[in-house]
Design a protein around this ligand. Structure first.
Ligand code: NBP
Length: 474
């Protein structure tokens, strides 16, 4: 008997994905470069379903039903290229290779093009939800050809998380679309976490609240607009006590945030596309700042504001909640803008509303909020920005006074809130009738004859700044 699907790479993710397929009744071929890991897997989980273990890649490919479907779950980078080469060497046209790792979308585009030449479908697939998600139902973002999705889609939808019976898996678009969207998902996750951290910091510094008290506030917030997995786990982490010292857990953790790189990739791509994703960028930079202890130590003596506490206790809690919600809307709107821009640039035709649907379950940014994004794109698929959707516009209008007070309070008491502040700046800039960009164009024309356009006439113009200051068409 042959396998419906195969998984190669049996570390944390691959192992759980293989089990998930088996739990759904599929026969799963399993393979790992180091054979002992496959044996270990079979010893621990072989009884959970129908597995066909293979010691060699050749045996692994031979054990798959045609057209063959093999999922690669190895460390992203050169290992992925090596495994693709080994698989492709034993495959035939029409077979499918799925890369479920966190590949950069440009690598996925390159790999897809190369395999397409050989008649093999390459399906770069974003998989979110970590270890638990892989086992119990991740959010799945497959790219690649529609033909490949016809074959693979039903199986992926089977093992994906379900929300209200709808699987958190849709065909995102061709070639690198799936991995791109997974990357932006991670970027949004960075922004979301940064905003939550700022809310915590501001309430702790501003009110002198304890982590346990703050855990209660987040638990309360999780019953309203902010309801989400990240708010839920924030309450858990803040409420936890370190067993060794009896201190709040959050106080014994080194305040240095690490990163694996998807946030940075998101910002790099946004720079290339010319899309402001200030929420994600500030989050990446805030992590980078936290990771420079020598600089922080040297700067610790610098002057700060005199006096510490913020005015208006209970109002501050509600104000921060609103500022967090408004800033979150901005961060998501920016992330969706970036996906829309990439979709235009690469011809992907991504359905933005469907992304909101597949992120409702299985992944780290799952939240009630995503239903509202879905509704916004359902009502108008060509929204120029999520912010102008009537429901979001109203939420922002409702939050803006509180948001402004929170940013002022933060500035006054010296608590850094780059996420809240930049989100508000983005909101105010986008709303503006006239931007000071006009002055920038003037300066560019002055020093570099870069020309400018006028508000009252077509064409490009240059002023002879060093001569008679006459204006000429450029
Ligand atoms: P790792 O990223 O830790 O990779 C370990 C696996 O890669 C092992 O099976 C290892 O085989 C294999 N491997 C390596 Br390393 N080099 C290889 C090579 N040259 N040829 C063949 N196999 C090679 O595993 P993971 O944490 O399970 O993640 C798998 C993928 O899923 C990654 O791309 C990751 O970014 C992505 N992802 C992870 C998470 C998460 O929460 N961990 C979430 C979402 C996505 P060996 O046993 O022989 O060393």
């Amino acid at each position: 008997d042959k396998a419906d699907i195969g998984v190669t790479g049996l570390a944390t993710m691959g192992r759980n994905l293989a089990r998930n397929f088996a739990h759904h009744g599929y026969t799963v071929a399993v393979h790992n470069r180091t054979v002992s890991r496959t044996k270990e897997f079979m010893a621990e989980h072989g009884g959970e379903g129908a597995f066909l273990p293979a010691d060699s890649i050749e045996e692994f490919v031979a054990s798959l039903k045609r057209p063959r479907k093999a999922i690669i779950m190895v460390m992203a980078g050169s290992a992925t290229d090596a495994v693709i080469e080994q698989l492709a060497a034993h495959m035939e046209p029409g077979d499918m290779i799925v890369d479920g790792g966190n590949a950069h979308f440009a690598d996925t585009r390159r790999r897809e093009a190369a395999l397409r030449e050989r008649g093999i479908h390459f399906v770069g697939t974003g998989i979110s939800g970590g270890e638990e998600g892989a086992l119990r139902g991740p959010s799945i973002m497959p790219g690649g050809s529609p033909e490949a999705y016809l074959e693979l889609g039903p199986m992926l939808e089977d093992i994906a998380a379900k929300v209200d019976g709808t699987p958190c898996c849709v065909h995102v678009g061709p070639d690198g679309a799936g991995h791109f969207v997974k990357m932006v998902h991670n970027g949004i996750e960075y922004a979301d976490m940064q905003l939550i951290a700022e809310a915590y910091d501001l309430l702790r510094q501003g009110l002198g609240a304890t982590p346990a008290e703050l855990a209660e506030i987040f638990r309360e917030w999780n019953r309203g607009d902010l309801e989400s997995y990240l708010i839920e786990i924030t309450a858990e982490v803040l409420g936890h006590t370190d067993p060794a010292t009896g201190s709040p857990f959050v106080d014994i953790v080194l305040d240095r945030a690490e990163q694996k790189g998807t946030g940075r990739w998101t910002v790099q791509s946004a720079l290339d596309l010319g899309v402001p994703v200030t929420g994600i960028a500030e989050a990446v930079f805030a992590r980078a700042l936290s990771a420079h202890p020598e600089k922080r130590k040297a700067a610790a003596t610098l002057a700060g504001p005199r006096g510490g506490r913020a005015a208006g206790g209970d109002t501050l809690v509600e104000d921060v909640r609103k500022a967090l919600y408004a800033s979150k809307i901005i961060a998501y709107a920016q992330g969706f803008d970036q996906i829309a821009a990439a979709s235009r640039e690469y011809g992907w035709d991504v359905n933005l509303g469907s992304l909101a649907t597949i992120w409702r379950g299985g992944c780290i940014i799952r939240a009630r909020f995503l239903d509202r994004i879905r509704a916004a794109y359902d009502a108008d698929p060509s929204l120029p920005t999520l912010l102008v959707d009537p429901a979001f516009a109203e939420a922002l209008a409702d939050a803006q006074d509180a948001w402004r007070r929170v940013v002022s309070t933060a500035v006054t008491i010296g608590v850094p809130t780059p996420g809240f502040s930049s989100a508000l700046a983005y909101y105010d800039a986008l709303r503006r009738d006239r931007l000071p960009a006009a002055l920038i164009q003037g300066m560019r024309d002055y020093f570099g004859a870069h020309t400018y356009r006028r508000v009252d006439r077509e064409g490009a113009f240059h002023t002879d700044w060093s001569g008679d200051r006459a204006e000429r068409p450029a």
